[in-house]
Design a protein around this ligand. Sequence first.
Ligand code: ARG
Length: 469
Amino acid sequence: MKLWGGRFTKSTNQLVDDYTASIHFDKKLAKYDIQGSLAHVKMLKKCAIISADDADMITDGLHSVAAKIDSGEAVLHAEHEDIHMNVEKLLTDEIGSAGGKLHTGRSRNDQVALDMRLYLRDTILEMVQLLKDVQASLYTQAEANQDTVLPGYTHLQRAQPVSFAHHLLAYIFMFQRDVERLTDSWKRVNQMPLGAGALAGTTFPIDREFVAGELHFDGLCENSLDAVSDRDFVVEFLSDASIIAMHLSRLCEEMVQWSSVEFNFIELDDAFSTGSSMMPQKKNPDVAELVRGKTGRVYGHLTGMLTMLKGLPLAYNKDMQEDKEGMFDTAETLRGALGLLAPMIETMHVKKESMYQAVRQDYSNATDLADYLTDKGMTFRESHEAVGNIVLHCINENKYLLDLSLEEFQTFSKLIEADIFKALSPEAVVDARKAYGGTGKESVKQQLEKAEGLLKENQDWYEMKFKYL
Ligand code: ARG
């Protein structure tokens, strides 16, 4: 018999049970469901809504149910639909009819909202930690590559040389904004919905503040209808996750390019590469490709969730049961990607010499020649034109700027002197970008210092919340 079977004269069709059950995925919430129930029963006891004896029995019972679910001993049934009713059924099997008092003043609607929030709190913490690990691996490589110069690109055409440290730091700052989005969302996730009942609140003299305190929530959901029908905190997580996935995908795309023979800028460690079943010479960046590919499912979950919610009248609708699988899969997808990327970045071999050769064989110092002439008195437009002519001459002669002799340079402008060779060297070109935020050595040092501070802040935030939960 169903927990809600009283007003029914027949049992449900087996197909309905199978179709409406969520236990095969919401069993992931068991730990949070029991955590919430323990706080709820403590409150019921404190407010004398149920007797102390019953409350103590329920508490003990919930602990043994938790242990049995953990060990795999407890059997969860689709017939009991979801994790909430499965736990209640296991509890009554364990302690008898007193188990039926646990649900006093509560509905599955506020219960599931609570479980989702507890789950997301843990997930956000974990994601912050994983992002921090990726940032740390980028930091290690950046620190070691302050003198490594490679071409910087716009339109995927060589543009101006940059230091590899500068390039990696760009990702550290992207992931920092991702961390900040997550830590900011925390304050909206960490609001306590229990006490909203099915939709209108409850007639029992409950103490919501007490439950919030027990579960370390920062505040209470203010409106019972909102508390049970709002899932924007899940949408927010999925959109934060989508931005993370987009950043990861761009980084991975670069790693795929860099490890090609055409670029030849990095070699991924054997432990993070795969081979081909047919072509013995192949070493493929499968991990980076899959991270890039899995971006699609993360975006998909965001779109699915927004679409599922858009037409729903207040308050709870069964459609909302569809909020879970995408959320779980998103967390799982990011967990896999972030967990792999940190060691993959840390162990990648940076081909400094090959990067340097690439910079030597391009015209990415042309802007610096124009700046040089501007410095000596030409307007920037005139020097732009002059350098354009020099580059064209070089292309026709199959040369790069640094292959020209001083005499050749001077046929284009008498302003060019012997110091031009030093000024156009890749190191000098990079280092000349001294303005704040540029690729110059000092600026990169400042960025590294800043990044180090941010990594520490992220770790502190994690430890503070972790302790507090
Ligand atoms: N399994 C349900 C869900 O995840 C729990 C809430 C069910 N509430 C209800 N009134 N049927 O959405």
